[in-house]
Design a protein around this ligand. Sequence first.
Ligand code: SAM
Length: 235
Amino acid sequence: MAYYDSIARQWHKTTGYRGGEFKRLVLNDVLLESIPDIDGRSILELGAGNGYFIPLVLRKYSGKIPARIVITDQSSKLIEIAQKNFSIETAEYRILNVARKFPFADENFDMILATMVFNEVPTGVLRKALTESSRVLANGGVFLITVTHPDFINSLRKRSLLKGSGKGVLTMPGAGGLRLPVVVRKVEVYRRVLEELGFKYEEKSIYPTQEVLNAKPGLRNAGNIPLALLFRCVK
Ligand SMILES: C[S@@+](CC[C@H](N)C(=O)[O-])C[C@H]1O[C@@H](n2cnc3c(N)ncnc32)[C@H](O)[C@@H]1O
C-alpha cells in the first residue's frame, strides 16, 4: 500500500481545494505564472495528490483546450479522491508510481508537472523518474518540478523535527498534524541529475509571505529560509 493511501482522506481534508495555505497564498500563483500556453497541448501531472491543481490551470486558461490531460499518483485512494472531487471530464486519472517505467510513448507530453513529490523519493528513484519524464516529454516541452526546499528540510533536521517511520522512511511534520515522507538531499543532487539528462533549467526559491506566516505561525521558527524550490526545465 502506498504511504498516502493511509492518510489520503486526511490529506484531502487538510489541503482541500487549493493545496493548503502555502500553495493557496504563494505557490499556486508562482506555478501558474510558469506554465506555458495549454491550448492543444498534452499535460501530465505526477504525484498529483488530491488533484486540486489542474482545475486551477484550466480556470486560468479558460477557453483553451488541452489535447490530453493525464493526472497520476501512486496512491489509488488519492486518485479516487481526485476523480470524485475535482473531476475533469476530459482528463485521464491513473495510478502511476514514478519509480517504474511510465506507461506512455516517447515524446508524448508538452508539459509535465511534479509538485512536492520528488523530495519524497530516494535518489535512485529520482534519477529514474527524471529519466522517464525526459523520455515522455516532447522536445521543447516544459517540466515544472517543485520540491520542498533542501534548506527547509535541513532546518527541520537541525531542530530534530524529522523522525524515522520505522520502515526506514524519514518523515517531516505537515499541515493538520500529518507526517509526510521526506528525503534529506542537497540541492546540488537535483541540479546534477537535471544536467546529466540535458535539461536546461531555471531555479526559483520560494519564501513564505507574511500572510503565510500568519496562517502558519510555526514556520517562523525556521527563520528566513525558503519553503520550496522550483525548477522550470525545458527539454
Ligand atoms: C506532498 S504530496 C503533494 C501532492 C500534490 N502534488 C500537491 O502539491 O498537493 C506528495 C504526493 O506524491 C505522491 N507520491 C509519493 N511517492 C510517489 C511515487 N513513487 N510515485 C508517484 N507518486 C508518489 C504521494 O502519493 C502524494 O500524493
